[in-house]
Design a protein around this ligand. Structure first.
Ligand code: NDP
Ligand code: GDR
Length: 378
């Protein structure tokens, strides 16, 4: 039985990858951070009581900023494959926490690679490094491929740039099977709530149910190459199953603005939104509402009137330096890995809206039923 260790198992990608590897018959070890409240929501359905027979998944407390802890976990678990997905992964937040981001995302990668070397496991353990299209940053050329120069534009991207090159260096210096997946943005119903796609799908559903009035966003003109996380975790696995360790771009090859993602999300709920105005004065306004859809989806049309402003710009979401355009060229992954995404953008939006509508309806039913959260401080 192959053994995998996933750092960042409690995140979006970690959850999908854990499920995928378990289905493939792997024993899956996961690194989870100690938290004062539960942080395993995304993998609770995979949890196995350690007292049962035939357990195939085990979680270990750990942190990428703690070398001794990483060395011990790798020694105890003896993984064939390590997927380094743990990171402070929010670009905007990295401007607030640049030093921590460098430590976790940059030096954290070094700590893992060094742990493998210290333990003499260079020949046994393959390692996948979660690199990112943020490395391309300020546009040098499009579409962006494995040979496009990097120009990182945030503390996050600079830290990931260190992670990228230290992975290449350990591959070349110590003949380790260490690879970078340069993944473009990938989303899902499990996406963190403060990334733009999930923020949009959640807000669109809340507005459609009468639980929120307006969605505040930053740069509406940013363009991203968005795919579905379910497709992208498969690419991670494929990257570690090749004869030679190499780096790969994983992307769809199509780019879309944040503005269009908003329109697509509302359209999925039967609400047509158009944008007008410029820069920080730009607004998204309801143009039309499909009443059949409103009835079919059980929406609340009290606030869904043409002319209602549902999106506004708030400058606090602008970044000190922005990445304007990401568009990946996945030719190498298509040809060498045989990787092709199953989801296109409309299917991704549909999946996220369906899931968030379901979640928000739960809130609506509770509110209608008079349910109030207990106030522990009264
Ligand atoms: P998430 O933010 O959803 O998950 C990040 C994971 O890392 C969580 O499990 C988090 O734990 C954990 N983590 C954060 N800091 C530490 C630390 N210091 N030590 C140990 N664990 C830590 O990210 P995604 O799943 O979206 O992304 C996975 C990886 O891929 C990340 O490295 C990200 O930077 C990279 N990436 C993501 C892309 C995307 O579009 N999603 C694209 C390209 C790269 P906790 O749950 O406790 O917060
Ligand atoms: P990104 O994702 O920075 O590309 O990093 P995010 O969804 O945060 O932003 C995408 C684009 O949308 C613009 N934007 C907003 N973003 C957020 N979060 N909130 C807003 O209100 C908002 N309004 C506009 C942003 O300015 C940006 O241009 C993600 C992360 O998963 C990284 O870890 C990963 O490496 C890259 O994708 C590839």
């Amino acid at each position: 039985m192959k053994v995998a260790l996933i750092t960042g198992i409690t995140g979006q990608d970690g959850a999908y990858l854990a499920e995928f590897l378990l289905k493939k018959g792997y024993f899956v070890h996961g690194l989870k951070r100690r938290s004062s409240s539960f942080n395993t929501d995304r993998i609770d359905h995979l949890y196995q009581d350690q007292h049962e027979q035939g357990v195939k998944m085990k979680l270990h407390y750990g942190d990428l900023t703690d070398s001794t802890n990483l060395i011990r976990i790798i020694q105890e678990t003896q993984p064939d494959e390590i997927y380094n997905l743990a990171a402070m992964s929010h670009v905007h937040v990295s401007f607030e926490m640049p030093e921590y981001t460098a430590n976790a995302d940059g030096i954290g990668t070094l700590r893992l690679l060094e742990a493998i070397r210290i333990l003499g496991m260079e020949k046994k353990t393959k390692i996948y490094q979660a690199s990112t299209s943020e490395l391309y940053g300020l546009v040098q050329a499009v579409p962006q491929s494995e040979s496009t120069p990097f120009y990182p534009r945030s503390p996050y991207a600079v830290a990931k740039m260190y992670g990228y090159w230290i992975t290449v260096n350990y591959r070349e210096a110590y003949k380790m099977y260490a690879c970078n997946g340069i993944l473009f943005n990938h989303e899902s119903p499990l996406r963190g709530e403060t990334f733009v796609t999930r923020k949009i799908t959640r807000a669109a559903c809340k507005i459609a149910l009468g639980l929120q009035n307006c969605l505040y966003l930053g740069n509406l003109s940013a363009q991203r190459d968005w795919g579905h996380a379910k497709d992208y975790i498969e690419a991670m696995w494929l990257i570690l199953q090749q004869e030679q360790p190499e780096d790969y771009v994983i992307a769809t090859g199509i780019t879309t603005t944040v503005r269009d993602f908003v329109k697509m999300s509302f359209a999925e709920l039967g609400i047509e939104v158009e944008f007008s105005g410029k820069d920080e004065h730009e607004r998204g306004v309801i143009i039309d509402v499909d009443q059949e859809m409103v009835a079919k989806l059980g929406l609340n049309d009290a606030n869904l009137k043409p002319g209602t402003v549902v999106v506004q710009v708030d400058e606090k979401y602008f970044r000190p330096t922005e990445v304007d355009l990401l568009l990946g060229d996945p030719t190498k992954a298509n040809t060498k890995l045989g990787w092709k995404p199953k989801y296109d953008l409309p299917a991704l939006v549909q999946d996220m809206i369906q899931s968030d509508l379901h979640l928000m309806k739960k809130d609506e039913y509770l509110k209608e039923g008079g349910f109030k959260t207990l106030n522990y401080f009264e």
